[in-house]
Write a protein that binds this ligand. Structure first.
Ligand code: FAD
Length: 441
């Protein structure tokens, strides 16, 4: 009964009570357990994961990247805090923990004068926010630093405090570091129990747990959990794809930064020795050929998520990048060896769906926010959410865990800017758009 990880436990192996139950064992849930335990050692925590392993959601498809260059202060402070923790695993996660951190930078490139203008103004904005390590590079400087890009790029924005890590190692490091925490794996049909407007525990297919506090950290599963107790958690999901190739063309070296191309921002970084990993926020709804209606978001995920893999995605991405970087057929990103042995994946990005900004006439316009919701749920005592981590839930996990822990423990937020992750904060400047298009238009 002392095991920390219990798979499909028989009722006798189910904890009967806990101080906090966390539903979802991805980066958000595991980080929440770590941070609560760190802030209040001895808290009895139970994490419930429906799969047979932790980190069974979007992180399986992710590029595992991190960067500081976020335009909204709440986001860049969140990433700076998290990256500090990635750099000090011994101090924060335990002696000898290895996260496989590679800090090779992010290079956002542009090909036209409008791209160069956008990148320059992004860098000016980031400098005003104190992120003075982010550089604007002209095409010559890019060519000097990265010979394979010489003559192909007009300008770039470079974030040296950026890179990637092993997200599975991160999630399991959180889990191992969370001292007084039990992880229940392969446990389905979790339902929250609420009596008189107050959380009293959860029921699962394996048995019930009484607890005064429950955290929903279930990624795309959050809305369904909320609906089970009659609340609408304002999140929507969009499928996103990535693929790994065993090949990488000459010049694109193993120590290269992650390259973010111009709109629609396909990106690639070195992976697995000789290979590369690619992704972009592809217009899945208009390209998908299945039975689902063309909409740009889903309230609830549909499974298996693999149905969203468009078989054309790898060749479309490579074709787009070959065009943008000016490669002739057979060269660079147009080399057919990129398409041999591709490992293609899909996962859900989860977005907050209650962000709006004011128009001149006073009406409010919805927009796609990059801000997670990490907050207490106002109408149900003892209920908390850590959801809508969009495309950065790995790089933000440590800080998101600490914000959630502050709410659960009734402590002040670690940084006042983190109030922007509140459920009812409709608008935050520079919180719009995807990879580099962070401005309200
Ligand atoms: C293509 C792609 C690329 C990405 N690239 C990056 C990147 O480079 N850097 C980065 O930081 N992020 C990236 N992300 C985003 C990142 O993966 C997510 O933001 C992150 O995984 C969100 O963490 P989460 O814990 O909220 O949700 P998830 O990772 O989805 O985990 C949720 C967990 O909850 C479990 N669960 C769900 N419902 C229930 C339930 N009812 N009961 C019990 N368990 C449940 C799931 O099985 C899962 O294990 C990418 C995502 C995709 C799809």
């Amino acid at each position: 009964m002392a095991e920390k990880f219990r798979s499909n436990p028989v009722p006798a192996d189910m904890p009967r009570t806990a101080d906090v139950v966390i539903i979802g064992g991805g980066p958000a849930g595991a980080a929440a357990a770590w941070a609560i335990d760190r802030a209040a050692p001895g808290t009895r925590i139970v994490v419930i994961e429906q799969s047979s392993q932790l980190a069974a959601g979007a992180s399986l498809a992710s590029l595992e990247n991190f960067r500081t260059c976020w335009a909204a202060p709440c986001l860049h402070r969140m990433m700076q805090r998290s990256i500090h923790i990635f750099h000090h695993p011994d101090e924060f996660l335990g002696e000898g923990v290895k996260l496989g951190v590679k800090q090779q930078g992010y290079l956002f490139v542009g090909f036209k004068s409008a791209d160069a203008e956008r990148l320059r103004s992004d860098v000016e904005h980031l400098h005003r926010c104190g992120l003075t390590h982010v550089e604007y590079l002209d095409g010559d400087e890019v060519g000097r630093r990265y010979a394979w890009l010489k003559g192909r790029v007009l300008a770039a924005k470079y974030d040296p405090i950026a890179g990637w890590l092993d997200s599975n190692a991160l999630v399991y490091a959180f889990a191992r570091a969370a001292q007084n925490t039990v992880f229940l794996l392969d446990v389905r049909e979790t339902r929250i129990r609420v009596v008189g407007g107050r959380v009293v525990g959860v029921d699962t297919a394996n048995g019930a747990i009484d607890a005064p506090k429950v955290v929903i950290a279930a990624g795309p599963g959050a809305r369904a959990l909320g609906r089970g107790i009659g609340i609408e958690i304002p999140v929507v999901v969009r499928p996103r794809q990535s693929f790994t190739t065993p090949y990488r063309h000459a010049g694109f070296e193993e120590d290269s930064p992650c390259i973010i191309s111009a709109a629609p921002f396909p990106h690639v970084r070195p992976e697995a020795g000789t290979g590369a990993i690619f992704a972009y926020e592809y217009r899945w709804n208009t390209h998908h050929t299945g039975d689902y209606p063309v909409r740009d978001k889903l309230e609830e995920p549909v499974y298996p998520v693999s149905q969203w893999k468009d078989p054309r995605f790898p060749s479309l991405t490579l074709g787009l990048m070959a065009r943008q970087f000016g490669y002739a057929p057979g060269e660079g990103f147009a080399d057919p060896r990129y398409l041999r042995g591709v490992d293609h994946r899909a996962g859900y990005y989860v977005y907050r769906d209650n962000a709006t900004y004011a128009l001149a006439d006073g009406t409010r316009q919805p927009y796609d926010s990059q801000r997670a919701i990490v907050d207490r749920w106002p109408e149900v005592e003892g209920l908390f959410v850590s959801v809508a981590h969009v495309g950065h839930g790995i790089m933000s996990a440590p800080a998101a865990g600490e914000i959630l822990a502050a709410h659960v423990l009734g402590q002040p937020l670690p940084d006042p800017a983190f109030a922007d992750f509140g459920l009812d904060v409709p608008f935050v400047e520079h919180d719009m758009g995807g990879l580099s298009d962070n401005k309200v238009k």
